[in-house]
Design a protein around this ligand. Sequence first.
Ligand SMILES: [Cu+2]
Length: 345
Amino acid sequence: MTGLNHTLLAAASDTAERYDSLVMFINILVVLFFVLVIGATVYFMFKYRRRHEGQRTSPVKHNFKLEFLWSAVPTVLLIVMFAWGFNDFTALSQTPSNALPIRVIGKQWNWTVSYPGLDRECTAEMTDDGGAETEFVVPVNRPFTLKLSSEDVLHSFWIPDFKVKKDALPNRYTGYTVTPTEVGSHRFYCAEYCGANHSRMAGTVHVLSEADWQLWLDGKLEGMPNCKVDPSAPDYAPKLFVKYGCAGCHSTTADQAVLIGPPLYGLDTKGEETMEDGSKVATDDNYIRESIEYAEKKRVAGYAGKNMPVFRGRISEVELDALVNYIKGLDDADNGPTNDGTDSE
Ligand SMILES: [Cu+2]
């Protein structure tokens, strides 16, 4: 389920099968022409070798038929390759009416996958090594269509087993349509270098049988992330913390190394924080809230030049409440992290 379990030959979608046929066609041609050209070269090398000192090259003449043939045949073959490839390429943007719409948002450094109209959102979970893994599910033999975009820089959504990949861009939608043909789990990756944790911005798409898909829709499938958005769930805030990228910059326990921004545990116990200008600020709800919405207003001492995006207008009141409570609940190192009765795992 995790790790590089795909091989170059895995083909678990309609696109992958079409792609493999075309690659095989091109490979056969390449081998054929290699043998023809090199074979002829070697044969001529011996047949027309210089046999004695003073032998002169015979005058070079045209052979219209031969010249026409070696121009026309490759031209036709190249047109076939183009037409075949173009046809497969356009199929990626043809979306049948029964296609399942899926929304994918990339950001530094995780993926959020949601299902428009289904009220499901699969967010990333942090792994022990600092990676962010997102898991989502799709039914087998039904096309799904991805609508991709990015919240910051270029990313690329790549599912090697399906042989599909497209860039996720800020300020513009891209996407593709593909039909998974095999039940099972397939890795996906960010395929466009996007910064420090680019290589660990990944996840797994689980292809489910039709019956399992129905169970998942009903919230009854065991062993799969249900991706339900439930503000009362204990993991709601920790998930937001990863989804909004907080976890990429702020450590939440004393065991973790200090990342880019100030550590967030123990704020409640400390009661105050020293700012860049030497002033002390009470670490109450309003301080935490303001630091999420407009991080630059108050800058913690020692973190000059570390910029955090403005979150005002990007997250809802409900999410803000959850995050403020969660951060307040990250207690002192001595006691280990706790969070107001909720469990951060
Ligand atoms: Cu990326």
